[in-house]
Design a protein around this ligand. Structure first.
Ligand code: 13P
Length: 251
């Protein structure tokens, strides 16, 4: 039985004040957990310590939005997996489409980050998803399969025992135009089938999240799908009541 998981990706948003206000809304509501749903928030790096301190003793778990594939040394501006663990992060988002597109992150680099993150004890949340052009030309499944396969090739299928995959169609991110529950379910089933080709047990156990304009209005229908185990939420995770409502939508 897979546990449900809802992850808030705050992206490059927030100030000390706004983050404290957001947590004042979240912490009391989530202090004893929500219906067996695992809840993770991923603030920008400078606020990791503040968030770690504020969520102490509460069921919210800390994650980060990116990490270096290097362990330490002369990599100005980079953050190592060990540093994230030291700051009490347990999860890290990898391969978000914004980083693939704006920072030219390749499947190979993301796979190296995946391995480095796991070696340090972090749980990677691997983001995959096609652009609108790829969906329109019929290559959505192949694109996502290649993104997952890059990690399978470098890390091996058993590495997916300690990882999460988030399907985020690029055209649905920040657009208010979510994939339909059927479109999302179809891709999730395809991802599970791809993994099952390597190891059926791993495929059955891995949490697969949907991301892209998840809101309190569409979360329940998405989360009801057989292969959707929760969500990776951007915009709506910056609003405490919307985020709590999304967490409560898990059936
Ligand atoms: P939105 O929920 O704002 O569409 O963002 C989704 C996302 O990119 C989460 O990683």
């Amino acid at each position: 039985m897979r546990r449900a998981l809802v992850v808030g990706n705050w992206k490059m948003n927030g100030t000390r004040d706004s983050i404290q206000a957001l947590l004042r809304g979240l912490v009391p509501a989530v202090s004893h957990g929500i219906n067996g749903v695992d809840i993770v928030v991923c603030p920008p790096f400078p606020y990791l310590a503040l968030v770690a301190e504020t969520i102490k003793g509460c069921e919210i778990v800390l994650g980060a939005q990116n990490v270096s594939c290097e362990e330490k040394g002369a990599f100005t501006g980079e953050i190592s997996p060990g540093m994230l663990v030291d700051c009490r992060a347990r999860y890290v988002i990898l391969g978000h489409s914004e980083r693939r597109q704006q920072m030219a992150e390749t499947d190979e680099l993301i796979a190296r980050k995946f391995v480095a993150a796991q070696q340090a004890g972090l749980i990677p949340i691997l983001c995959v998803g096609e652009t609108l052009a790829q969906r329109d030309n019929g290559s959505a499944q192949a694109t996502v399969a290649a993104q997952v396969s890059a990690v399978l090739t470098l890390a091996g299928v058993t590495a997916l025992e300690r990882a999460v995959i988030a399907y985020e169609p690029v055209w649905a991110i920040g657009t208010g135009k979510s994939a339909t529950a059927q479109q999302a379910q179809q891709m999730h089933a395809g991802i599970r089938e791809l993994i099952a080709g390597h190891d059926a047990e791993v495929a059955g156990a891995i949490q697969l999240l949907y991301g892209g304009s998840v809101s309190s209005a569409n979360a329940a229908e998405l989360f009801e799908q057989a292969d959707i185990d929760g969500g990776l939420v951007g915009g709506a995770s910056l609003d405490a009541s919307a985020f709590i409502e999304i967490c409560n939508s898990v059936s």
